[in-house]
Write a protein of this length. Structure first.
Length: 185
């Protein structure tokens, strides 16, 4: 064998070894991450469900149970009947979303049995911090409390200056919740 061939083979081996090592490290890391995800996914789901139940309870304090009902409205995440301790219907809670500036803008709206907004909560979103996230402030989201369960237009709501896209998304999510309420009541 010539020295050129030997140097070429040595150079190739020196190039391939780090690639093989990197692939092996990535494979091991992927397996470990998948294992951690498998172990923590049930806990994360349980925590998310607990936070959702806390939001529902805050919106409908008289309710002791929230039972899901079927809803086919596009943008409706969940529709729930709220019952008190004697199993009497005290209202509905609808979770709906619309696309905002930074992603989905979900809101939970509680309607009492007369069809009035009893409470509303802007849920976790990825809108611009300090601007779009202000839709969760009572000064904005509180405008919806007391409104009847009917479609609301842009002239009826004071939008947040500098966060028009987020404000419009919250309004659209509210109107989706109204549509869902009309379907499930």
């Amino acid at each position: 064998m010539s020295s050129t061939t030997t140097r070429s083979q040595t150079s190739m081996v020196q190039t391939i070894r780090p690639v093989i090592a990197l692939v092996a490290v990535c494979a091991v890391a992927s397996v470990l991450l998948a294992g951690v995800h498998q172990m923590t996914a049930p806990l994360a789901a349980a925590n998310a469900e607990q936070r959702a139940q806390e939001v529902y309870a805050a919106l409908m304090p008289k309710a002791t149970s929230f039972d899901p009902v079927e809803c086919d409205v596009d943008g409706c995440v969940s529709a729930l009947e709220a019952h008190d301790a004697s199993n009497q219907l005290v209202g509905h809670v609808i979770v709906a979303f619309a696309k905002g500036y930074g992603g989905d803008v979900p809101i939970a709206v509680a309607f009492d049995t007369s069809g009035t907004v009893a409470g509303i909560s802007a849920m976790s979103n990825s809108e611009t911090p300090g601007l779009g996230t202000r839709i969760a402030d009572d000064s904005y989201i509180g405008q919806y409390v007391g409104l009847p369960a009917q479609q609301t237009d842009e002239q009826s709501i004071d939008f947040i200056s500098g966060a028009t896209i987020s404000s419009k998304a919250a309004l659209k999510a509210f109107n989706t919740a109204v549509e869902a309420y009309e379907e499930v009541r």
